[in-house]
Write a protein that binds this ligand. Structure first.
Ligand code: BT5
Length: 262
């Protein structure tokens, strides 16, 4: 099957490098790479609607309309890795939000492999280094597919990022190439995605623990219009965040925004 993307100018040199670094069998293949796109999410939605296979990846060196959750902007200057993966999960739709944590685990491992920096996962979709955001993850449902979007600040100049953000090269001394990082990430993601497909969230939950930097710490949680403070204690068996309140009550949250208070 040959699929085309009307709005992107494909870059064969980057596609060749991504194929070289990608040690995965299926994830990241076929690859559509370009210098610039509005949003890799839109391109991936288009490919998914056209029947692209599981594993197909759209990759861009910068985006003009990168997006986060709830209509927020994802600032996407050069130096980042901006990618969307097309998945066709063989697990119930109710479990698909868990893919955010499957992805976070894979990104954390890839960053540590290449830079030895210690990223922390901030449930449900961010990676932090030294308290600043270095990666954001977005999971969207598509026509019969799921699109996982990943933005990582790799060699990005921090002056071009929001003040709450950092990049890998700003945070540590190791050189890291956005294409190489993407290749390692595809490999890690394929292993964890296969484990999730076979066994569900249990192996992911166990592997995530060391990366969850804020268990036992006071947090502020925004869930919908509600704002609450409590202590994050754990993830439950479905990937929901367990928060203990002063009253002693523990509640599980499926979605939300976490601010670590101390
Ligand atoms: C996210 O949203 O963190 C998900 C970001 C997903 C971006 C990828 S890039 C490839 C693919 N194509 C897209 O168009 N999107 C995906 P959220 O949790 O809503 O966080 C958004 C917030 O993060 C913003 O409101 C800013 O505060 C902050 N932010 C924006 N750009 C950032 C950056 N480059 N680095 C760190 N923080 C950023």
């Amino acid at each position: 099957m040959s699929l085309s993307l009307a709005n992107i100018q494909r870059d064969p040199a980057r596609e060749a490098l991504l194929s070289r670094w990608r040690a995965a069998a299926r994830i990241g293949q076929p690859v559509y790479a370009c210098e610039q796109v509005a949003s890799t999410m839109d391109a991936a939605h288009q490919l998914a609607a056209d029947g692209a296979p599981e594993g197909a990846m759209v990759w861009a060196a910068r985006q003009t309309q990168g997006r986060g959750r709830l209509g927020r902007v994802w600032v996407s200057p050069p130096g980042g890795a901006y990618l969307s993966l097309i998945l066709r999960p063989r697990r119930p739709a109710g479990e698909h939000p868990q893919l955010s944590l499957v992805t976070g685990l894979s990104v954390a491992e890839a960053i540590q492999e290449l830079t030895r920096l210690p990223p922390a996962i901030r449930w449900p979709n961010d990676l932090m280094i030294h308290g600043r955001k270095v990666c954001g993850i977005l999971v969207e449902a598509a026509s019969g597919a799921v699109i996982v979007g990943i933005g990582i600040n790799v060699t990005t100049d921090p002056d071009k990022l929001p003040p709450t953000a950092t990049s890998l090269s700003a945070a540590g001394p190791e050189e890291c190439d956005p294409l190489q990082l993407t290749g390692v990430l595809c490999h890690r993601f394929e292993a964890w995605y296969d484990a999730w497909t076979r066994e569900g969230f249990a192996p992911i939950r166990a592997a995530l623990r060391p990366w969850m930097g804020f268990f036992g710490r006071p947090i502020r949680l925004t869930a919908g219009t509600a704002l609450m403070e409590g202590t994050a204690t754990d993830l439950d068996e479905a990937g929901r965040l367990l928060v203990r309140f002063d009253s002693g009550m523990i509640r599980a949250f499926e979605m939300g925004e976490v601010t670590i208070l101390r």
